[in-house]
Design a binder for this molecule. Structure first.
Ligand code: ADP
Ligand code: ZN
Length: 731
């Protein structure tokens, strides 16, 4: 790829389009020539499609049949940095390049020339008569209408016809105006003073600023409890970056993208940053996309997909709440925004700041290894008080057979019923029972591939290995002693715990949050939203509740089995338990009622339990890292999930089985393959999902082997194959 070349008219150029062709195609450069990276319109069969000039043409294609680029679009050419990032990110996630390009061009009307457009804003007048439809239009404008909407967009958002809007224009309640498309964003003023920093905030900010002035790549883990002033520190880094004339990007988990944060940025820099997330209007999206490329936008606050914007000169990426699981894109291109932020920054010589109160183990390990710089903030500002935390020693509690809620915990739950306070019973165990034991010989049904026990899923009527995903029907006879009818479930999963709660607290409203009980991410999100509003008294949840959701009415967390995370059967169980505990800590200070966390355990003296109760975070991370190392799992080993989806389960298993049988390319690199098995969310929008899991050593060339392996077989037409490098969800 030419660094800064220029292609003369008629010269052969390679153009990448977002069409599923797989590689750039050759065209002739148009009249007037073009730069590498130029956004162009090219003919493809009978259609005209958007493309990017990727480099010199490959040749090979008959020069006489070569078609010409139709025109160069009025947009800043895609920089080499972004092109290389797309290539590398595609290689890492095993995503075809056209799909990567689509991620980088997610704005409408990129080909249109900037001109004037009619926009609609809130006016001064009052409509003679108010209707529901009119009220909705005015509400939409009051809430989001600062920059104005296009007619169709406004009508759509308000759920009304365009006639309703026109009617409001006639009465003066809505103002129709002309606005040039794609105006630059107001400049952020980096010289405005921030708050007076505490000594350790100042020290951290100084380190970050020096790193930014170096002009090179680097990643810093900025750790401090909620309220310790991390945001204030990274806004200093943003100021330094802006002062250097470079752009800054702050990524927030989607749920945390609030007006509150934007207002705070505005107060600090005197202007609102660009916003990029699913709630932004199409016109604003297009404006932002163009303006970051032209340098008309200094700072972007966005969700993970903002990583693919065509920044002119990106100098800083902040990943706030870096441990948040919503940074993992679980649909379409499967990528982890934290990892991609580091990759992009290394391409464009930018600094990355990963901010968290409870960093992911991956980031902690990278900091320990010296790959990331680590900066810690002592708790100082606001509330950092831990909730009351205590162990319930199960050895001293009187509990009936098949009961999992101890009298002490039950008492704490009961005390909250009827008060509007919520209790969360945390059990990181999907399904009905974690162990199936033979009452005749004591044999426990284990997985044939892992040293993990099989978990009974009553909902699915199967035994499932949560380590590798292997499943089998529940046998009637013991596989070891062959005695019939003696197999019994032992221990609780969320399905079984729900039975107990219903029996013991019949008057309580119960909500169970477990990924396999929801058909879609949206359904889950809705359930979570309802709980936050107070729609449940008792919540039973797996690790998905540890996702940084804020439940303001929650004042009790009971960890049903704190020992579970210590057994190593679920990769991230201990980490999530620990993070949940810390997050409860953060929450307790915010709500007016103090929080309480009770851990049921048989081993209150265990180092991990002691670390959690005593707040010894470093001790926890060291112990957890050691156990991951011993198991050879991430970050000390590599994993990939292959997700097959389609309408026909039998066909999925057949194709999955065929893949498993032809695993030679994987075996050559020493990788193990497990499955096919139903995926953690086994059905999404009517399509069944089946998963294979690949485990390899840390240094193994996994992507190359996967590519070779998958290339052996052609998937049937209605079957989709998705590769999930570093899968996050096992539960
Ligand atoms: P975090 O990002 O770690 O949760 P914030 O940066 O949001 O912490 O700080 C928590 C609160 O303390 C905010 O209201 C912030 O305005 C305030 N704060 C932080 N640092 C300072 C400071 N140096 N001086 C005054 N207030 C501060
Ligand atoms: Zn297994």
């Amino acid at each position: 790829m030419a660094e800064t070349g220029y292609f003369e008219a008629g010269e052969r150029v390679a153009v990448l389009t977002a069409e599923p062709i797989g590689r750039p195609l050759d065209y002739r450069a148009p009249e007037g020539g073009c730069f590498p990276g130029a956004f162009v319109e090219v003919p493809l069969g009978p259609r005209k499609v958007l493309g990017v000039v990727w480099g010199p043409g490959e040749g090979g294609f008959d020069a006489a049949k070569l078609r010409s680029v139709i025109r160069v679009l009025d947009a800043a050419p895609m920089r080499e940095e972004l092109r290389t990032f797309l290539v590398r990110a595609g290689e890492y996630t095993l995503t075809p390049l056209p799909q990567m390009l689509r991620l980088a061009t997610r704005a409408p009307g990129l080909g249109e020339a900037p001109g004037m457009r009619k926009i609609y804003r809130l006016g001064q007048g009052e409509p003679a008569r108010m209707t529901d439809a009119r009220t909705r239009v005015l509400e939409v404008l009051r809430e989001h209408g600062g920059a104005g909407f296009m007619l169709g967009e406004l009508a759509h958002l308000a759920g009304v016809t365009t006639q309703v809007v026109k009617g409001l224009v006639a009465s003066g309640a809505v103002e129709e105006g002309e606005s040039p498309r794609d105006l630059p964003f107001p400049r952020m003023d980096a010289r405005l003073a921030g708050k007076d920093l505490s000594p350790d905030q100042a020290a951290a900010a100084a380190r970050l600023n020096a790193a930014i002035r170096s002009g090179g790549y680097g990643t810093t883990l900025l750790k401090g409890v909620t309220g310790s002033g991390k945001t204030e520190v990274y806004l200093e880094a943003v100021a330094e970056c802006l002062a250097q004339g470079r752009q800054a990007l702050v990524l927030l988990p989607e749920i945390a993208l609030t007006q509150e944060f934007l207002t705070r940025v505005e107060a600090r820099f005197g202007a609102r940053p660009g916003e990029w997330h699913s709630g932004v209007t199409l016109t604003e999206r297009r404006r932002l996309w163009r303006m970051v490329g032209e340098g008309g936008c200094d700072m972007v606050v966005g969700a993970r997909s903002a990583l693919f914007l065509p920044f002119r000169d990106l100098g800083l990426i902040v990943v706030d709440e870096e441990h948040d699981t919503s940074y993992k894109q679980e649909e379409g291109v499967l990528y982890h925004a934290r990892d991609m932020a580091v990759l992009r920054a290394s391409q464009c010589s930018a600094q990355v700041v990963l901010a968290s109160a409870t960093p992911s183990l991956e980031s902690w390990v990278n900091a320990e290894a010296g790959k990331y710089t680590r900066l810690d903030l002592a708790a100082r500002f606001g509330v950092s008080e831990l909730p009351e935390m205590a162990a319930i020693d199960l050895r001293g509690e009187k509990m009936a057979a098949n009961q999992w809620i101890s009298p002490s915990l039950a008492e704490a739950v009961t005390a909250r019923l009827g008060t509007g306070e919520q209790s969360l019973l945390f059990l990181n165990r999907r399904g009905f029972a974690p162990v199936t034991i033979c009452r005749a010989c004591g044999h426990q049904i284990g997985c044939d591939h892992c040293d993990a026990r099989m978990v009974e899923h009553r909902f699915q009527k199967r035994l499932v290995c949560h380590q590798c995903g292997e499943t089998k029907p529940i046998p009637t006879a013991c596989p070891s002693c062959h005695v019939e009818g003696k197999l019994a479930p032992v221990g609780p999963g969320v399905e079984r715990l729900a039975e107990e709660v219903s029996e013991r607290f019949p008057e309580a409203r119960l909500s169970v949050l477990s990924s396999d009980l929801f058909g879609s991410a949206r359904a889950l999100k809705e359930a979570i939203g309802a709980i936050a509003q107070g729609a449940a008294d008792i919540i039973i949840g797996t690790q998905i509740v540890a996702k940084g959701h804020n439940f303001p009415h929650l004042t009790l967390v009971g960890v049903i089995d704190a020992d579970l995370g210590l057994q190593g059967s679920d990769l991230r169980a201990a980490e999530r338990t620990f993070q949940l505990m810390r997050q409860v800590a953060g929450r307790a200070g915010r709500a007016e009622k103090p929080g309480m966390a009770l851990l049921q355990t048989h081993q209150p003296e265990h180092p991990v339990i002691r670390a959690i109760l005593g707040g010894d975070e470093e001790g926890f991370w060291r112990a957890e890292a050691e156990s991951r190392r011993a198991m050879g799992v991430p970050p000390y080993g590599r994993m990939a999930g292959i997700i097959l989806s389609g309408p026909d389960v039998a066909q999925l298993f057949e194709f999955g089985g065929e893949l498993a049988r032809r695993a030679e390319p994987l075996r050559r690199i020493g990788a193990e393959i497990f499955g096919p098995a139903p995926a953690p969310i086994a059905r999404v929008r009517g399509r069944h999902r089946v998963r294979l899991l690949i485990k390899a050593a840390k240094g193994a060339p996994l992507q190359a082997a996967l590519a070779q392996w998958l290339a052996q077989l052609r998937a049937p037409n209605n079957l989709r194959v998705a590769v999930d490098i570093d899968p996050q969800s096992f539960l």
